[in-house]
Design a protein around this ligand. Structure first.
Ligand code: PDD
Length: 282
């Protein structure tokens, strides 16, 4: 049976309800996290929790739990659902109040969290995916993991309609990130990726991958690529909690690395996998 946390009550998911005047529902006024679960183990949970609190803080939403309590609640739902491989989705909104744009005096935050079974994309790890270039029409605080995802939704839909797995976003000429992932290019033994500022979400997977790069002595330059530079890269990768480390072997009509996974990508995947295995055996 699937469970859900609605505030501090763990209930059957089928019995949960959300008030239509919840500000998450009406304004997208809230933030979320997606945490990967490998064989029942939460991956990089502290980093996800820290980012969750930071995102909420940037919107002046107060999470009414300590980080330790929240960690335990998430752990408890993984146990209750007996989740092996999948993820936990959690979100907090500013709460329920009569609809008006400015913050209500009286709302208290609505927290929800549930689990989802999802397989690791092994086929993509090896075969790679196709991506579509798409203008980045999102707001200027992409560092906040907010519920406002229409810029990402429209880009992902365009990619989907073009038979691609991801949209690579660019603001004018500058490549920012994927619609729900971070993007990297490797050229002549150096890896490039957009710096972690307000134009991208600083992915937890991104932070792990930068450590992996250090371990295999792959120098990283946190500088944005232009679209032209991206298309001239030897290897292109995207990362996220779900995609992990996946090669991009085609962008629009152009093949990258002749349409096959490159050697640096493979090495990064191996080091990443060792970190996953370490989390499983703790
Ligand atoms: N997306 N950039 C954006 C815009 C994202 O939405 C995500 C994650 C990432 C990668 O972050 P992380 O490595 O922490 O998952 C980068 C999640 C998974 C989602 O919306 O489903």
């Amino acid at each position: 049976m699937a469970h859900i946390w609605v505030n501090d009550v763990l209930m059957n998911r089928a019995e949960a309800s959300i008030d239509p005047e919840d500000r998450g529902y009406q304004f997208g006024d809230g933030v979320y996290e997606v945490v990967k679960v490998y064989e029942g183990n939460l991956f990089e949970m502290e980093a996800h929790i820290d980012r969750f609190y930071r995102s909420a803080d940037e919107l002046r939403i107060v999470i009414p739990y300590t980080k330790d309590v929240l960690h335990k609640m998430v752990y408890d739902i993984v146990e209750a659902d007996q989740l092996q491989t999948g993820h936990v989705y959690m979100q907090i909104t500013r709460g329920v109040a009569p609809r008006q744009h400015y913050f209500p005096d009286e709302a208290s935050a609505t927290f929800t969290a549930y689990t989802q079974v999802s397989e690791r994309p092994y086929e993509n790890f090896e075969r790679g995916i196709k991506a579509l270039l798409h203008e980045d029409i999102r707001w200027l605080r992409c560092d906040i993991k907010s519920l406002n995802l229409l810029g990402a939704v429209l880009a992902k839909q365009a990619a989907h309609e073009a038979n691609c797995d991801e949209a690579i976003l660019h603001r004018g000429d500058v490549v920012t990130e994927g619609s729900s992932s971070n993007v990297y290019g490797i050229k002549d033994g150096v890896m490039y990726t957009h710096p972690a500022n307000n134009f991208i979400l600083n992915g937890i997977t991104r932070q792990v991958v930068l450590r992996c790069a250090e371990e295999i002595q792959l120098p990283v330059v946190e500088e944005a690529m232009t679209v032209e530079q991206l298309l001239a890269m030897d290897e292109v990768i995207y990362t996220s909690t779900g995609a992990e480390v996946t090669p991009i072997v085609q962008i629009n009509e152009q093949l990258i690395h002749k349409g096959v996974r490159g050697e640096w990508t493979k090495k990064l995947q191996e080091v990443f996998e060792s970190k996953v295995q370490a989390a499983i055996t703790i």
